[in-house]
Design a protein around this ligand. Structure first.
Ligand SMILES: Nc1ncnc2c1ncn2[C@@H]1O[C@H](COP(=O)(O)OP(=O)(O)O)[C@@H](O)[C@H]1O
Ligand SMILES: [Mg+2]
Length: 254
């Protein structure tokens, strides 16, 4: 099947040899919660190994867009296509999208109560295909190794976020979708997690980072997409958003 042309006019079918298609291509997706039309014709590309900041005010549709990509079921995808490395995510259910390499870390982190840190990681590895081994997760997050026997839900907010990311890496992951990972965390912990996201990028993993803390997100992102009332209003370099005060005030209120 041919891949769709993208919003910026890039046609991945033209001149294949010279221009590789986007690694993750979100093309004209429309998402509904029942009758509520929320994701309104959203298109953007994500390149392999980059960090893309997906920004916008509260209620702009960031979480809904991530949930649509992860094929969670709500919002319902009614039109449009999502391609990951030649695989049609738009035809998949959540577990198939996960097996194809999409991992969503939701805002509430979903640490499983009654299980230790290590058991939370082991549980993520039960279903194939497996990703990183647990020792590698502890190398990335030494604090998790130190607390391996502690119940996951008793960790600090920052440590719980590390565990949630660690669990995603335990799966055979291509694209990490992070919904507000910095929420409620002290600036020093935000910096620590940002450093880790850079290390994860160094390992070749692609990340979409949704954040209310737009400045912190833009500082580590390669590119940014800004949503407003369910539509894309900006798609470009992260540095461009950092430098453009008008754009920041209009769509990010910062
Ligand atoms: N389950 C739902 N049912 C109906 N509307 C929803 C639901 N979840 C979110 N919305 C609406 O969708 C819009 C976008 O929400 P969301 O994607 O959570 O935005 P963001 O993550 O950017 O804050 C908001 O107007 C919100 O009220
Ligand atoms: Mg949200």
């Amino acid at each position: 099947m041919n891949k769709p042309a993208t919003s910026d006019g890039f046609n991945p079918n033209a001149n294949r040899a010279a221009t590789a298609p986007a690694f993750l291509s979100v093309a004209n997706i429309h998402g509904y919660y029942g009758e509520s039309y929320i994701v309104q014709d959203v298109s953007f590309n994500v390149h392999e190994g980059e960090i893309l900041a997906l920004l916008g005010r509260n209620g702009a549709g960031k979480t809904s867009t991530l949930r649509t990509i992860a094929r969670v079921g709500t919002p319902e995808l009614k039109h449009g296509e999502i391609w990951l490395d030649h695989q049609p995510l738009h035809e998949m259910k959540a577990h198939e999208a996960a097996a194809a390499g999409i991992q969503l870390v939701p805002e509430d982190r979903r640490i499983i109560a009654g299980l230790t840190v290590e058991e939370n990681l082991q549980l993520a590895q039960i279903a194939p295909p497996k990703g990183w081994g647990i020792d590698r997760i502890y190398e990335l997050f030494p604090r998790l190794g130190e607390r391996r026997k502690q119940e996951g839900v008793t960790l600090s907010g920052g440590e719980q976020q590390m565990l949630a990311i660690g669990r995603a890496l335990c799966r055979d992951i291509k694209v990490l979708l992070l919904d507000e990972p910095y929420e409620g965390l002290a600036p020093v912990i935000v910096q620590e997690i940002a450093k880790t996201l850079n290390l994860i990028r160094d390992q070749g993993i692609t990340t979409i980072l949704v954040e209310q803390n737009a400045i912190a997100a833009l500082k580590i992102a390669d590119r940014a997409v800004i949503l407003d009332t369910g539509s894309v209003v900006f798609d470009g370099a992260a540095s461009e958003v950092l430098e453009n005060e008008e754009l920041r005030q209009e769509y990010l209120a910062i």
